[in-house]
Design a binder for this molecule. Structure first.
Ligand SMILES: C[S@@+](CC[C@H](N)C(=O)[O-])C[C@H]1O[C@@H](n2cnc3c(N)ncnc32)[C@H](O)[C@@H]1O
Length: 190
């Protein structure tokens, strides 16, 4: 499979069939710096880590994906509508919204108000949720108000490692059911 820069496919998508457009999206997501669709391709000068990573993604692009997606429904709609319309006692929602205050690239525009609306909805659903995010005072308020279970972990932002200035970030997992994290560097809190 060719993995060159598919610029023309994304600028004039109507000229290409759906398979070629899907290929273009896969290439952009696989090769874009930090998986961003609207930026330059990632690269490295000495260790071939970028090309090895792309080769790995290509090798893993097998029928396993097709099988995995067999019973999956893909929607393009607001998350709040999806959660509300599918909610019931046995439902489970894994929520991975854009991290407010971070560089979200092609999905920029998610606001604090959007995040608050998500947290409000999650506070009244019948099913269970697991949410990934960065820490915030607003999230802390919801956690203490609703007694949600939460754990946090300090991670290195890998995209900055190459310039010798690795950034640290704290990832937070929050749920409306008790969970325990076995990895020792996750700190649990109730
Ligand atoms: C952190 S990414 C999720 C990445 C995903 N878990 C993955 O592994 O590929 C956040 C996603 O939420 C989407 N998003 C932003 N606002 C949304 C909304 N109101 N409803 C549904 N999805 C939204 C963005 O387009 C982006 O794809």
């Amino acid at each position: 499979m060719l993995t060159g820069r598919p610029k023309w496919f994304t600028i004039t998508p109507d000229l290409f069939d759906p398979v070629r457009r899907a290929w273009a999206v896969w290439v952009i997501c696989s090769q874009g710096f930090a998986s961003k669709m609207d930026g330059p391709f990632g690269f490295d000068k000495t260790n071939n880590t970028t090309s090895k990573r792309i080769a790995g993604k290509r090798d893993n692009f097998t029928e396993a994906y097709e099988k995995r997606l067999e019973k999956v429904q893909i929607e393009c709609a607001d998350a709040l509508y999806i959660i509300e319309s599918r909610d019931h006692e046995e439902a489970f929602f894994y929520c991975d919204p854009p991290y407010v205050g971070s560089n979200c690239g092609h999905y920029k525009g998610y606001t604090q108000a959007d995040y608050e609306a998500l947290l409000r909805l999650l506070s009244r659903i019948k099913g269970r949720f697991l949410l990934s995010s960065y820490p915030s005072a607003m999230l802390d308020d919801f956690i203490s108000k609703y007694g949600w279970c939460t754990a946090r972990k300090e991670m290195t932002v890998t995209v900055n490692i190459k310039n010798g200035n690795p950034k640290r970030k704290i990832e937070v997992l929050t749920a409306n059911y008790p969970f325990s994290i076995e990895a020792k560097d996750w700190q649990e809190a109730q």
